[in-house]
Design a protein around this ligand. Sequence first.
Ligand SMILES: [Mn+2]
Length: 335
Amino acid sequence: MIANGIPHRDSLEQISELLQKSEDILILEHEKPDGDSIGSGLALALALSSLGKKALLLSQDPHPAVYDFLPGRQLYATVSDVDPEDIRPDVTVFLDCAGPERAGKALDYARSDAWVNIDHHVSNPGFGDVSLVDPDAAATGELVFFLLKVMGVAFDTDVATCLYAALVTDTGGFRYQNTSPRCLQVAAELLSRGVNPSEVADQLYEAKSFASLMLLKNALHTLTLHGNGRLATIEVTRAMLEDSGASLEDADSIVDYPRSIAGVEVALCFKENLDREAVNISLRSRSKVDVSQIAAMLGGGGHPRAAGAVVEGTLEQAKARVFEVLAGLELWTDS
Ligand SMILES: [Mn+2]
């Protein structure tokens, strides 16, 4: 049981009422969906279908293969699978989207009269007709858990597994600073609904492809320390991706390696874009620096401990731009 009861009861009851009276519900996740948007989206879609409603989880981009083990795949589609004309939702639920534009091309399908916004990004302005934004939630999945409680939906093991995956991924396996007592209480209740935690962890973290490790091997050659060891950078080039045969998703976790070095506060991964001259930058911090602010200065955004941005130009130009921004912050002297 959750020690302090159900938070945000008013907003949750409003959302519940809206969903209960809707028949056709469209759920949107953000572009390049992560484990939180996928897990919370599948859980909500499964729960709504168990109530006899038509629910579709729609995404601009395909789900990374690592999430294939999650139940509910039959309720999910990408924008290339469906015509906007065929979708007439009564309500659209945005999950884990700091703003409606985060849904990318899936936003064209959000043509319902009502929008619901459930998110935990501090930058979310509270868009939509009914919104629940709680930056203290470790994951959007934590908020969907409370929504399903308020709706009185029975948590079967499938729904619980999807929500548990959302919590595990957004907390880095219950290791990041957002791992709160409430998040762990929710996780505990999900386990009591039959989730197998070691199986989920195996699927998420111990089922890597050989190609992804070959990519890591190449990327590690570029690992560099700056700022007296407080900043670490790593690079993933187009050539590394091609040589290894790894997918772009395989590159997503590479930033965890510079972040794992003792004494490093900020870690950056520069990833060359495959289709145009631009560089994706992943930013992570350990405990002090708010990297969402650095990302914002580069035109991106995110959370204080995990953020991202895209910088136009070559890898060298992008690195120069990032170091210029960092120098302006007077955080690091060396480059
Ligand atoms: Mn999230």
